[in-house]
Design a protein around this ligand. Structure first.
Ligand code: GLN
Ligand code: ZN
Length: 767
């Protein structure tokens, strides 16, 4: 029985790669130094995996920015707009072209936009979307993969396994940049290049190549399934003497099982953490030669493996296949895990004992093999740990469980219907038509960040710190009054991050010191860990909202992050359904909403930025998710009186397929991102005849550009064509924390002027 790993985090345990890349971009280090850092990380990773006793160790899983962009470079898929960069960098180094594609290029009189970025399946990792044209050609464009294998082979010998994104997933993850063709039809042009690559690696002496085809766990059209069959048949007919392993993850194979087990390959990898139930089906259909890699160690989370469970799966597979045909592995690349739990010195030692990061997970893979071969002590020790977690009072709070179990449908509904509430809100707030507001945060200046950091390091007393935050808040309020915004915000100066701020105050959360995970390029995040039943220990936002409200006569919005977003951006416990954890968070937030209401806050916004990104990959699982996600929002908001106005905000941009669920959230007001699509995204709301109030963002906060009054006024006119004007709000696309003050002020002044213009020009319907 072999063990393998599918991929290892490449940022370095101290985020060395991030630092080196950023230094390279600003010219502080040269390419040689950058390469040195990369080489060191790779060698450390290989050594770690060797030490852990893994048999097949990945290479080419390293990336300076993104593995999909690496694949585009390897295959010569370079959009035409980079031709000038291409000719400029040819003479010195290609990595500048690569970074230009990732980040845009503004140099030497050129101004070329970056390639688009999007989420890698259902993770928070973002990849660079390949761009295809109708006459797309492919060729082996660079030597990286061969060089990577060469150095890996020196280090690892026969254990070195090259990792490459498979041809069908590569095409499906990309995008047609012009009309008139379907990218999947490019498969015939693409596979010969894969054959060349594989054959060159074979000549270098490679034994194993891993081709990632996550699309096998997605809903596929007939044509896409045929493309998979075609591609692997084509490759198999032209390649011999090397073992191909196709890796799938994040979902079950379901209707693609027969297809997957019949591919002419040496081994198939399946994710048995997400979908343990698929093992039976796979074993029932598998042919007599295929080796099966069992992804039993969770590559997406931070918890220790339940060896008993995993051994059950391994035993089942071995009974059918024999141990020589079984490989033990993590469920997916460990890219999505923090690197090393040993670096965490401040986590409660009981809880730490239940956890495993990437390095520890490698060890688990190895230990599972040991246990299977008879090491009973390892199993026993693990059983004890799992048992301690199951019965720990740090995890299980009966009162929280009881409360979740007793949520009623009345808890998940407002007292009256929207029209009744709307009338009450009109009477109470007396806002003009096209009321103006912002999404919550104001610029987080260096001063504000430093202030929070100094307070955290205990260089400031609570009083000193709060004084400074108060000053920033008052400034922001005075300024909002001056320019004439209608519904004010306090500015969120006290918040480091919209999830962390709440996690730090809720019971059941913990924070790591070095638990960094790559989000995109050099950007890393450190998600909170939800380890236990979640409850609210005290007011979390009331102090600041109340303070801010007291500074002005205008309505002040209270500001909370919603339950699904908190869940989605954390490492979540794996011992109960996500739905239950979400309901616990929802109840905690519900109490906060009520505390705000009691403190006199009449308008409360519950941000659900991530509700759409939580959508399961498979269609058949979506309705269930949407039902519980929407219900959790309704539970959060449902306790207030009719006269309180509930807002929600979403940054994700596509609503067509989920509009009825958005409507079911029954927020009194929803603010969304629409400016970049020129209000196109409003079509879904218009078509659905969305009944509640809505604030389509009139300007893009992702750029420092200041939009003109006319520009925003015309977007408002467009919105008023699509939706009842009396339901429209005027606001930016998202929070302003990443912007600077000057552009923020200029843009918001123009926005207020655009709203005035709309009030004068756009007639409201009289019913
Ligand atoms: N209230 C948050 C802010 O303004 C919302 C951010 C978001 O949607 N991502 O920063
Ligand atoms: Zn947003």
């Amino acid at each position: 029985m072999l063990t393998q790993n599918l991929g290892y985090p490449r940022i370095g345990s101290q985020r060395q790669l991030k630092k080196a890349c950023e230094q390279y971009w600003t010219g502080k280090i040269d390419l040689e130094e950058l390469n040195q850092v990369a080489r060191k990380i790779k060698e450390e990773n290989w050594q770690t995996q060797l030490d852990a006793g893994i048999d097949l160790i990945p290479c080419n899983d390293f990336s300076f920015y993104d593995q999909v962009l690496d694949t585009s470079m390897l295959l010569g898929v370079i959009p035409h707009r980079y031709s000038p960069v291409l000719s400029q960098v040819k003479s010195n180094n290609e990595i500048d072209l690569y970074f230009a594609m990732a980040r845009g290029y503004q140099k030497d009189g050129l101004d070329i936009t970056a390639m688009e970025m999007t989420k890698w399946l259902d993770t928070n990792y973002h990849y660079i979307v390949p761009e295809f044209t109708a006459d797309q050609e492919f060729k082996v464009f660079n030597e990286n993969i061969f060089n990577e294998y060469h150095s890996a082979e020196l280090y690892l010998g026969e254990k070195a396994k090259a990792v490459l994104l498979g041809p069908v997933s590569y095409l499906l993850l990309g995008k047609e940049k012009e009309p008139g063709f379907e990218r999947i039809d490019l498969i015939k042009k693409l596979v010969p290049v894969y054959v060349q690559i594989i054959n060159r690696l074979r000549l270098q002496g490679i034994k194993w190549i891993q081709l990632d085809e996550p699309c096998l766990a997605l809903d596929l059209s007939k044509k896409e399934k045929e493309a998979l069959e075609y591609a692997y048949r084509f490759i198999a007919n032209r390649v011999s003497g090397v073992k191909l392993l196709v890796a799938t993850y994040f979902e079950a194979l379901l209707d693609n099982t027969q297809l997957a087990v019949s591919l002419p390959i040496a081994a198939l990898h399946v994710d048995l953490v997400r979908a343990p139930e698929q093992l039976d089906v796979v074993l029932a259909l598998i042919g007599k030669d295929l080796q099966l890699s069992l992804g039993v160690v969770d590559g997406r989370n931070v918890w220790k493996n339940d060896y008993g469970k995993s051994i059950g799966l391994i035993t089942k597979a071995v009974e059918k296949l024999g141990s020589e045909r079984v490989i033990i592995a993590p469920s997916c690349s460990l890219l999505h895990c923090p690197i090393d739990l040993d670096l965490e010195t401040a986590i409660d030692s009981d809880i730490k004992d239940w956890m495993a990061f990437a390095k520890q997970k490698l060890n688990e893979v190895y230990e599972l093999k040991q246990i299977f071969e008879g090491n009973g002590e390892l199993l026993k020790a693990n059983e004890n740990t799992i048992e301690r977690r199951k019965s720990s009072e740090k995890v299980h709070k009966q009162a929280v469980k009881d409360r979740v179990a007793s949520i009623t449908s009345a808890d998940a509904a407002r007292q009256s219907t929207f029209p009744v509430r709307q009338q009450l809100h009109h009477d109470r707030f007396n806002l003009p038509s096209f009321p103006t507001t912002t999404i919550g945060s104001f610029p987080q200046t260096d001063d504000i960040r430093k202030l929070r950091a100094r307070f955290k390091r205990k260089e400031l007393t609570l009083e000193q710190y709060e004084n400074e935050i108060e000053l920033a808040t008052i400034d922001a309020i005075r300024w909002q009054e001056e320019i004439g915004l209608d519904v004010l915000v306090h500015g969120e100066f006290e918040r480091n991050d919209m999830v962390e701020y709440f996690g730090e105050q809720l019971d059941g959360f913990l924070f790591t010191k070095s638990g960094w995970v790559q989000s995109y390029g050099s950007r890393c995040v450190k998600p909170p860990v939800i380890y236990g039943d979640v409850s609210r220990l005290q007011d979390m936002t009331v102090r600041w909202s109340k303070y801010a409200a007291a500074q002005t006569k205008r309505p002040m919005k209270g500001m909370l992050t919603g339950p699904v977003t908190i869940l989605q951006w954390s490492f979540v416990r794996d011992d109960q359904p996500r739905e239950v954890t979400t309901n616990q968070i929802a109840l905690a937030l519900r109490d906060e909403v009520l505390a705000l209401e009691k403190a006199g806050i009449g308008i409360i916004q519950i941000d659900e930025a991530a509700i759409r990104e939580g959508l399961p990959l498979r269609m058949e699982k979506r309705p269930h998710y949407l039902n519980w996600a929407v219900r959790a929002f309704r539970v959060t908001a449902g306790g207030v009186q009719d006269r309180t106005q509930i807002h929600t905000h979403m940054c994700y941009s596509e609503f067509n397929d989920i509009i009825e669920h958005i409507a079911a959230m029954d927020a009194d007001v929803i603010t969304i991102e629409t400016s970049r699509s020129q209000m196109e995204l409003l079509q879904a709301f218009a078509h659905f005849e969305y009944p509640n109030e809505i604030g389509p963002g009139v300007y893009d906060i992702h750029s420092p550009r200041v939009p003109s009054i006319e520009e925003m006024a015309s977007l408002l006119a467009k919105a008023a064509d699509l939706l009842p004007a009396e339901n429209l709000w005027v606001n930016p696309d998202c929070g302003l924390k990443t912007r600077k003050w000057p552009e923020t002020k200029a843009a918001l002044e123009n926005m207020v002027a655009a709203a005035k213009h709309a009030r004068e020009q756009i007639k409201l319907k009289v019913y």
